[in-house]
Design a protein. Structure first.
Ligand code: ADP
Ligand code: ADP
Ligand code: ZN
Length: 214
């Protein structure tokens, strides 16, 4: 099963993608996580990506597309994957479609996690990210057992720099300009499905299972 998560920053794509990956035994591939790992490890890619991410802008397509095409070509992705945060532009979607066409494959589902902008700034302000394993929490809606500490790995939880309100508004603008057109792109491709992302995390996941099957 090949799945794409669509939706505004903070809609809950990552939260749902992790659960989908666990239930259907497919890898969760997050471009944001890949970039953050590169920043942490001080790679060339990380240095380039950071300057865009800090400003709430998208990392250029030429730094992003090959990376994802390589990643979905690895052995653990033969039975499918859930892509979280890619594609984010029409050229990225076209690069993915071309790579898949070349192998006679296609995206089965593009899941749009629908959340209005008015909910987003609140969500992001409460998001806490693990510096160790990339897990995400919310101070109110998905709190860790011990404040400031990751349940999964024990590392410290932080507010991402790009989750501060000024940057969140910029990222929302970028989303509407560059990423929202993908809804039409994947509708035309016959892959588009939608869930109401304002519901509780578990309810959203149940709705997704109804679409993907048990
Ligand atoms: P969120 O989950 O809040 O939407 P991500 O972790 O997916 O955020 O992405 C964080 C940042 O990483 C983005 O604001 C952008 O700068 C960069 N990024 C992630 N994925 C992509 C992509 N597919 N294309 C360009 N930039 C990306
Ligand atoms: P995205 O990957 O789309 O940027 P995340 O999955 O990281 O979004 O979720 C953003 C924040 O909102 C996180 O703090 C997460 O714990 C929280 N969150 C996710 N889904 C829900 C939900 N259905 N209701 C309330 N909070 C949620
Ligand atoms: Zn962790």
């Amino acid at each position: 099963m090949k799945i794409i998560m669509l939706g505004a920053p903070g809609a809950g794509k990552g939260t749902q993608a992790k659960q989908i990956a666990a239930k259907y035994s497919i890898p969760h591939i997050s471009t944001g996580d890949i970039f953050r790992a590169n920043i942490k490890n001080g790679t060339e890619l990380g240095k380039k990506a950071k300057s865009y991410m800090d400003q709430g802008l998208l990392v250029p397509d030429e730094l992003t597309c090959d990376l994802v095409v390589d990643r979905i070509s690895q052995a653990d992705a033969v039975n499918g994957y859930v892509l979280d945060g890619f594609p984010r532009t029409i050229p990225q979607a076209e690069a993915l479609t071309n790579a898949l066409n070349a192998r006679n494959e296609k995206i089965d589902y593009a899941i749009n996690v629908e959340v209005p902008d008015s909910n987003i700034v609140n969500r992001m302000g409460g998001r806490r990210a693990c510096l160790g394993c990339g897990a995400t929490y919310h101070v109110e809606f998905n709190a860790p057992k011990k404040e400031g500490v990751c349940d999964a790995c024990g590392a410290e939880l932080v507010l991402r720099d790009d989750d501060k309100p000024e940057t969140v508004q910029k990222r929302l603008n970028v989303y509407h300009d560059q990423t929202q057109p993908l809804i039409e792109y994947y509708s035309k491709a016959g892959a588009m499905v939608e869930v109401d992302g304002t519901q509780d995390i578990d309810v959203v996941f149940q709705d997704i299972i109804k679409i993907l099957g048990e």
